[in-house]
Write a protein that binds this ligand. Structure first.
Ligand SMILES: NC(=O)C1=CN([C@@H]2O[C@H](COP(=O)(O)OP(=O)(O)OC[C@H]3O[C@@H](n4cnc5c(N)ncnc54)[C@H](OP(=O)(O)O)[C@@H]3O)[C@@H](O)[C@H]2O)C=CC1
Ligand SMILES: CC(C)(CO)C(=O)C(=O)O
Length: 308
């Protein structure tokens, strides 16, 4: 792949709109947002408001024919991924590079398996505190997108994405070991997203009340333990590296999981505690903190359904 000229994006929520707005400023209509008619109608009615600027993206209805894009970006929630893969299928050709900005440790494998595409890079975003209210998105920090090849090579695809991000003004990092970085981010999400959802607490609580962050740490240490069983080997150093990340987030900001709870949406608990408990069981490692978080967050989802 030479230069990336066309990008298709699916998922115009907090993450998709935040990074999509940067790409739109660079690419104009060469950035296509793929969605069904109902969503497109909603986006066209008001435009997308990102940090008080209104954006009108170029939209394409999901089941219409399309030329493959140079780059496809997934920015939906984990439970929405299978449907999104199907709906953006026309935009994926044999040479299309794919980035998945979803949290968790499974989306890249799922995309590879479903599409047979050989240009899926491993990626995640870190240090971003994007919040969504309907079609209005606000972020204090855009953070950076960490990405790379699983085999750690600096491939043509990696370089093409680097050029795009440089031109769009999107901060990025190409870590030496992207799998390790994805797991470290997973560890942080397992801690902060889940405890924030249970405590219904914004980042300021974790920044200022050590006992609150201790709860998150207890869940994170279970990820450190299971990571050693799957050959990733997270360490105390990885845990420590996330303390400054937490302190850079906007104090009033909320994790994506707390936003889901407050908006009565299904959360990503299956992909956080659910995954930790699954791997723990496989290797005979107890994961009591995540077991409790899993149960409590499920009850919160049930309460939301009951109230609806
Ligand atoms: N928010 C944050 O600060 C961060 C989030 N993340 C991760 O990024 C991922 C996305 O999170 P976030 O942006 O917060 O989630 P949001 O819920 O804000 O956004 C997801 C968007 O995807 C849309 N969508 C779902 N299915 C489809 C589909 N089939 N076609 C088109 N659009 C679709 C949803 O539309 P609709 O509302 O109409 O259903 C929604 O707008 C998650 O994995 C999250 O964990 C990572 C880092 C930080
Ligand atoms: C790390 C954090 C909490 C913010 O970037 C996140 O990934 C999320 O809200 O899902």
């Amino acid at each position: 792949m030479g230069k990336i000229n066309t990008v298709s994006l699916i998922g115009l929520g907090a993450i998709g709109a935040a990074y999509g707005s940067k790409l739109h400023l660079l690419l104009g209509d060469s950035l296509t947002v793929v969605a069904n008619e109902e969503r497109i109608q909603r986006y066209e009615d008001t435009g997308l408001n990102v940090n008080s600027e209104t954006y009108h993206f170029h939209y394409q209805i999901s089941d219409t024919a399309a030329a493959p894009a140079d780059l496809v970006i997934f920015a939906v929630k984990n439970a929405e991924l299978d449907q999104a893969i199907e709906e953006i299928g026309h935009h994926i050709g044999p040479n299309t590079i794919i980035l998945s900005l979803l949290n968790g440790i499974s989306s890249e494998e799922i995309i590879k398996e479903a599409t047979g595409n050989e240009h899926v890079l491993y990626s995640m975003c870190v240090g971003i505190d994007a919040q969504r209210n309907g079609t209005s998105i606000h972020y204090g920090n855009l953070g950076r997108i960490c990405y790379g090849e699983q085999n750690q090579s600096v491939s043509e695809d990696v370089l093409a994405v680097k050029e795009l991000f440089n031109e769009a003004g999107i901060s990025y990092e190409i870590p030496d070991d992207i799998k390790h970085s994805v797991w470290a981010k997973f560890m942080f999400n397992v801690g902060i997203n889940q405890t924030s959802a249970v405590l219904q607490a914004p980042y300021s609580i974790f920044q200022n009340i050590p006992a609150a962050y201790d709860l998150a740490l207890a869940a994170m240490y279970e990820v450190v333990t299971i990571s050693k069983k799957v050959g990733v080997h997270l360490t105390e150093e990885d845990v420590k590296q996330y303390t400054p990340v937490l302190h850079l987030l906007s104090p009033k900001g909320k994790t994506s999981m707390l936003q889901d709870i407050e908006a009565n949406r299904k959360t990503e608990v299956e992909y956080f505690a659910g995954k930790v408990c699954e791997i723990g069981k496989e290797f005979g490692v107890p994961t009591p903190v995540n077991e409790q978080l899993y149960k409590i967050i499920h009850v919160k989802e049930e309460i939301a359904k009951y109230r609806r």
